[in-house]
Design a binder for this molecule. Structure first.
Ligand code: SAH
Ligand code: SF4
Ligand code: F3S
Length: 486
């Protein structure tokens, strides 16, 4: 477990230090309860954390895990026998919510088997009033919810649940940044580093601004300190996180922006590389492109969600750019960084999307030739403007368009991946290959995982790999022994 020291320079909307201290005292009180029951060391109660959704939630779950350990729990990877179950939910599409609700439903048997088990539900789904109410009324074995602004209050909630404080289902309404929380990181060599929280963009289909609050940037000092700690403790691949990292610093005043932040981070000592996500096309400035071109430690990969190739739909989505503007950014990126990998997100079946609008998206697929596309069928989100828009696209039509998009993109992905064949690339070995226990998986600048035969002792180290064969979703390679690269 790595514990962060509280930084002195505070952002405009930070949780006061006294409040964090109070939560640390609750955590100590929970740990004392376990100790009194003789539940320490091997006998420590188990905590199971389940995470849905994006990298932001994964990063939050690392803080949730840090707090659980502080409260005297031991982390486990199965819900059976766990005394504390925490589910970190997502609300971005209906499917994500359905999956979370169905899994929460299954935890009733854990509570039946051990009535002292505590179940808490956090994340974006429960940050909506109607879901908080639903959990309160239809899931009586759930003890509490914690919304996205209340992660730091977990110790108080768990303490309340263990000491007969009753169930707690109110939303905190808070969107302050909690600095100084302990973390347990899922990987020792790859790390998330949140640089900002929330989103101000209000794309008309998206629930995120409602469940993650307004944009708040962490101070450069707090980010730099965490980055140094990560590097000192062995992180080799650091992903800077925010819903729209390009607007980093706007709320801080004082001229700090994302280009200068990532430029500063890239000049820290150590053998590591930096990734970042997500960027919004309306805010991509030349300074950022120039910084990526200049700084070797920044990975040559840019994830730039387009969402739709039709200007008419982009306007209805409130995206505030046109396809021409997007193509201009792509041109600029490829001019300055010729071999950059580009990826995007696309939504199919937004209300009112005609065949012509969809063809405009397909046209962008052919023009841009992204390395990879993450495509989604539009899912109406309660409380968002798009959910009220006329002319919903019938599901059968969306599904058919989605399939056409995938087919065309898969062929392009394979062609794009082929440009790596024969090349030697520097890659970080991430772990044992999921599909083949005899092989390892590594990552370079390409978003595709690279599979190769190697000694598991290489996990967490940079190696040179020669790409032998491109597949649609991955690359095959062989290890180049040290000193044999050109
Ligand atoms: N902040 C990021 C990511 C937001 S969520 C960004 O701006 O790109 C990740 C992706 O989910 C989005 O890019 C979008 O493609 C998709 N998405 C968001 N809301 C959706 C909805 N209601 N239905 C379908 N896809 C959605
Ligand atoms: Fe959602 Fe748009 Fe914000 Fe991304 S930029 S999180 S899609 S509102
Ligand atoms: Fe889902 Fe919340 Fe992320 S809605 S995609 S977990 S910001």
């Amino acid at each position: 477990m790595t514990e962060k020291t509280v930084t002195r320079a505070s952002a405009p909307c930070e949780v006061p230090e006294a409040e964090i201290d109070a939560q640390f005292r609750y955590a100590a009180a929970v740990a004392a309860i376990h100790e009194k029951n003789g539940e320490t060391g091997d006998a420590a109660p188990r905590c199971f954390i389940q995470t849905f959704g994006c990298q932001q939630n994964e990063a939050d779950s690392e803080r949730i895990a840090g707090l659980a350990v502080l409260m005297g729990y031991r982390l486990t990877d199965t819900p059976e026998g766990a005394r504390l179950i925490l589910v970190n939910t997502c609300a971005v599409r209906d499917h994500a919510e359905k999956k979370a609700l169905s899994i929460i439903g299954q935890y009733k048997h854990v509570k039946d088997a051990d009535p002292s088990a505590v179940i808490g539900i956090g994340g974006c789904m429960v940050t909506q009033e109607h879901r908080a109410e639903q959990l309160k009324h239809s899931y009586p074995y759930v003890s509490f919810i914690f919304d996205t602004g209340a992660v730091h209050t977990l110790p108080e909630l768990v303490y309340g649940a263990l000491t007969g404080g009753g169930r707690s289902f109110s939303l905190s309404g808070s969107s302050n940044i909690a600095e100084g929380l302990p973390t347990v990181r899922a990987s020792s060599h790859s790390a998330w580093l949140s640089v900002m929280y929330g989103c101000n963009n209000y794309c008309t289909y998206c629930i995120v601004p409602y469940v993650r609050g307004r944009e708040r940037s962490r101070t450069p000092e707090a980010i730099l300190e965490e980055a140094r700690q990560l590097i000192d403790t062995g992180a080799k691949d650091i992903t800077l996180l925010g819903q729209n990292v390009n607007s980093y610093g706007r709320d801080l005043g004082g001229g700090t922006d994302f280009a200068s932040l990532i430029g500063t981070l890239a000049r820290l000592d150590g053998d590591f590389r930096l990734r970042f996500m997500t960027s919004h096309p309306k805010d991509v400035f030349d300074a950022l492109v120039d910084t990526i071109a200049r700084e070797e430690k920044i990975v040559r990969h840019f994830h730039l969600p387009l969402q739709s190739g039709s200007d008419r739909i982009l306007e209805k989505m409130n995206r505030r750019y046109t396809r021409e503007k997007y193509l201009g950014i792509v041109r600029r990126l490829r001019e300055r960084i010729p071999d950059i990998s580009l990826t995007t997100d696309l939504i199919v079946g937004f209300p009112g999307e005609t065949e012509e609008d969809f063809e405009a998206t397909m046209d962008m697929v052919r023009r841009v030739r992204w390395d990879a596309v993450f495509s989604f069928i539009y899912s109406p989100r309660r409380g968002t403007p798009a959910a009220e828009m006329p002319d919903p696209v019938p599901h059968a039509v969306s599904t058919e368009r989605f399939a056409r998009l995938l087919e065309e993109q898969n062929a392009i992905s394979l062609e794009q991946n082929r440009r790596f064949e024969g090349r030697a690339v520097r890659a970080l070995v991430e772990g044992v290959s999921r599909g083949d226990a005899g092989r390892l998986t590594a990552r370079s600048d390409s978003p595709r995982p690279i599979h190769f035969a190697g000694d598991p002792a290489l996990i967490g180290r940079f190696v040179t790999l020669r790409i032998t064969r491109a597949e649609t979703f991955s690359l095959d390679a062989e290890l180049v022994p040290d000193g044999e690269t050109e």
